[in-house]
Design a protein around this ligand. Structure first.
Ligand code: HEM
Length: 126
């Protein structure tokens, strides 16, 4: 396994795509989070989220969509929604038998976006 990134150990792009598909099923079915996705075209986020998670897990995939913060400016969620989303990500990783240590690494990498997502719109210079 020497030299393998976490992304590769999780099955590369295809492996992570399966986790993301499972995650979106959970997000859409969630009473609190589901409504935020009503009317959104989920095809692009399913693809770009996979790239984001692969990149967060060491690549080689890279995220090339708009900055995560910009992608959510029109999504009025609260800090607890991020916690719920992260819990659902944990559930998806567990459903694919991802070892606890690897799951924690993925969740940790995603959680790094939390500050960025919670910054007030007034923090923008634009
Ligand atoms: C750390 C937490 C999160 C990360 C890293 C994240 C990441 C992303 C990414 C990468 C996209 C796709 C952007 C694009 O393709 O342009 C996306 C889209 C989206 N996210 Fe998140 N997200 C997070 C939390 C949340 C939460 C808590 C909600 C709502 C409850 C949410 C709602 C949405 C919606 C509705 C879209 C689709 C936006 C649209 O195209 O209309 N996200 N997210």
């Amino acid at each position: 396994m020497a030299g393998e990134t976490l992304c590769e150990r999780l099955g590369g792009h295809d492996g992570i795509q399966a986790v993301v598909d499972d995650l979106y099923d959970r997000l859409l079915a969630d009473d609190e989070l589901g409504p935020f996705f009503a009317g959104a075209d989920m095809e692009k986020p399913r693809r770009t989220q996979t790239d984001l998670l692969c990149e967060a897990a060491g690549g080689p995939e890279t995220y090339d969509a708009e900055p995560v913060r910009e992608a959510h400016l029109h999504v009025p969620f609260e800090p607890e929604h991020i916690r719920t989303a992260v819990e659902l990500l944990y559930e998806s990783l567990a459903a694919f038998d991802v070892p606890e240590e690897d799951a924690a690494a993925v969740v940790g990498a995603v959680a790094e976006y939390e500050q960025e997502l919670l910054a007030s719109p007034n923090d923008d210079d634009r």
